[in-house]
Design a protein around this ligand. Structure first.
Ligand code: GMT
Length: 377
């Protein structure tokens, strides 16, 4: 084995799939003997208990009275530089291009060229922010100046090239699940709290932002429950949630829907589901569909972004054009009413999640990238 590395990781610690992937990656790298330094504005929410080899450095932002806007980006860059020098970091691995890649580039300018920068693109940093003319050039700079750039799907690589005219290589590193955490859990008691034994459970987990098309989730469910006894379990919070609650009430479906709010241990919750719904408008990967897959739960979703790279249509789920809730509901019913078909899909889900998107494989890909940028053979 090559020598253990000292790696600084920056991510959005309290938010979404990118924070989850960055934190889980840090934990796995630490288990393999690398020294991991999280440099973030608060403790990453999935970090949990004490881990040997993992350190947390909080970014404090100056609130000096002349600043109209506290300069978080500059404080982060300074902290990255400080930690890099004091801890003799080999590299900074930043998740999300803005502002993290730019801050890392600044830190590298302060710390010296030996400090390498690896940037992972997760989706909205490109698919939404790179369309904003005020941010486009700075995102392009962050990508071009990084020593390596990775993206979580082929589709995201394609979109990055198209939107930002990037010619430099971008490594494909799919997201992963830790199979020690995501597997079909025994959940009979928990399931009984949400559904009768003869009812199917459809689930949606997200940040309830417009790109998730949560109104489609409700429409799919409404069509499914018209012919099959079913419950809908909604997990997460976000700006569209109140609108969705109103819609559910107006459709007379309140007694069939459970709102669980934000949950940390989604592995436990997912295991009660028969189907995961992911009808997004944009989705560079769709981590939740992978988490579901690893628990043996097929996804009914849209063909957006990177979802087709993850969910094999007709094997581990069914994908339809964005907004086609009739087709999505028909696919859901096809699976829910055919026990043999469902069992085949479930088995295919477990195989695919544990073999194609497993933690060992993807962690090793990241390690190979680190050694490559450091020139270690
Ligand atoms: O889903 C979100 O909007 C949150 C966002 C994030 O920054 O965590 O998710 C993005 O990164 C995830 C992890 O790589 C991907 O699984 C999501 O598909 C991606 N979201 C979008 O592309 C909309």
């Amino acid at each position: 084995m090559n020598r253990p590395l000292k790696i600084g990781i920056t991510c959005y610690p309290s938010l979404g799939g990118s924070g989850v992937v960055a934190t889980e990656l840090g934990k796995l790298l630490a288990e393999k003997g690398h020294e991991i330094h999280f440099i973030t504005h608060s403790m990453p929410f999935r970090l949990g208990k004490f881990h040997r080899n993992i350190f947390y450095h909080e970014v404090e932002v100056s609130d000096y009275y002349v600043f109209r806007y506290p300069p978080y980006d500059l404080s982060l860059a300074s902290k990255m530089n400080q930690v890099a020098r004091l801890q003799k970091l080999d590299l900074l691995h930043v998740h999300y291009a803005v502002p993290h890649a730019i801050c890392a580039i600044l830190a590298k300018q302060m710390a010296g060229d030996d400090l390498k920068v690896v940037t992972t693109l997760h989706g909205t940093d490109i698919t939404v922010l790179a369309q904003d003319e005020t941010l486009k050039d700075i995102i392009r700079l962050g990508i071009r100046q990084s020593d390596a750039v990775t993206a979580v799907s082929r589709d995201l690589i394609r979109e990055t090239r198209e939107l930002l005219d990037i010619q430099e290589p971008i490594d494909l590193t799919y997201n992963f699940v830790d199979k020690r955490i995501y597997y079909p859990r025994e959940c009979r008691d928990l399931r009984r709290e949400y559904a009768e034994p003869d009812e199917k459970v459809l689930m949606h987990i997200s940040n309830f932002r417009p790109v998730k098309r949560t109104a489609d989730v409700v429409d799919i469910f409404a069509k499914v429950q018209a012919t099959t006894k079913a419950k809908l379990v909604l997990v997460g919070e976000g700006p569209d949630l109140p609108r969705i609650q109103t819609k559910i009430q107006a459709m007379g479906l309140s007694h069939r829907v459970h709102f669980l709010g934000k949950q940390d241990d989604v592995a436990q919750v997912i295991s009660i589901a028969d189907l995961m719904l992911l009808p997004s408008e944009k989705e560079s990967f769709g981590l939740v569909a992978l988490e579901a897959m690893a628990c043996g739960v097929p996804t009914i979703g849209s063909q957006a972004g990177g979802i087709p790279e993850l969910v094999e249509h007709g094997r581990t789920g069914f994908l339809s054009p964005i907004g086609d809730t009739d087709d999505m509901a028909a696919n859901a019913l096809k699976l829910l009413t055919d026990e043999k078909l469902y069992a085949d899909f479930r088995e295919a889900c477990l195989q695919r999640a544990h073999h194609v998107f497993c933690n060992e494989l993807i962690t090793a890909q990241y390690e190979a990238i680190y050694y490559r940028v450091l020139g270690i053979k």
